[in-house]
Design a protein around this ligand. Structure first.
Ligand SMILES: C[S@@+](CC[C@H](N)C(=O)[O-])C[C@H]1O[C@@H](n2cnc3c(N)ncnc32)[C@H](O)[C@@H]1O
Length: 188
């Protein structure tokens, strides 16, 4: 978490449609879902409804305050299929090898690119994904005067595709998932 662009940040809850996103990435009942850099975990909460009792959601974030918001919600709503984990995903993702069906990362990748510390996080993502598992990256569209990080930090779908391909994941497709966001879907 040390770096020029210290990137804990705002939740995208109000500007990203969770149903649209989870539908685009093909989340289904029984899946094991990882929300990497989950923030307050609103997407994890939506995912937990889809994966159901036989599925599981890992919400991982390094920012304890965000995790506490999610933990409270898990308690209040008696949710049993979300495991909140406080961890720095650029060091270690505390999940077993090849167990995750979909790793979702929203509004987080640009920070790792900016800080030039992608290698470890990408090798951890490859490690925990099952063969043919999905890595889905949501980012802000690179458009001036719109929400998200400064223009020089925003990345476009082509950048995301090239970055992920370097780590030997295969590009599948890119889709618009909101006024300000797109998702790049890749496969292990
Ligand atoms: C802009 S927020 C996005 C939160 C959420 N994904 C969303 O779309 O609302 C970025 C999140 O990534 C988390 N984060 C940044 N670096 C991280 C790291 N190395 N390990 C775990 N989480 C990290 C931050 O704490 C923050 O909650």
């Amino acid at each position: 978490m040390t770096g020029k662009h210290f990137h804990h940040g705002k939740s995208s809850k109000d500007i990203l449609d969770s149903k649209k996103v989870l539908n685009a990435i093909g989340l289904k009942k029984g899946d094991i879902f990882l929300d990497a850099g989950s923030g307050d975990g609103y997407m994890s909460l939506a995912a937990s409804k889809i994966v159901g009792e036989k599925g599981k959601v890992y919400a991982v974030d390094v920012w304890e305050e965000s995790m506490n918001i999610l933990k409270k919600e898990i308690q209040n709503s008696e949710i049993s299929n979300i495991e909140p984990i406080i961890a720095d995903i650029s060091k270690k993702i505390p999940i077993k090898d090849e167990t995750v069906d979909i790793c979702y990362m929203a509004n987080v990748l640009h920070g790792f690119v900016e800080n030039d510390n992608l290698d470890k996080v990408m090798s951890e993502i490859r490690r925990i994904l099952r063969p043919e598992g999905i890595f889905a990256v949501v980012e802000f569209k690179k458009i001036e005067n719109t929400p998200g990080p400064p223009m020089k930090i925003k990345i476009n779908p082509k950048n995301v595709r090239e970055i992920i391909e370097k780590y030997h994941l295969t590009f599948k497709n890119v889709e618009e998932v909101g006024k300000h966001h797109y998702v790049v879907i890749t496969v292990k």
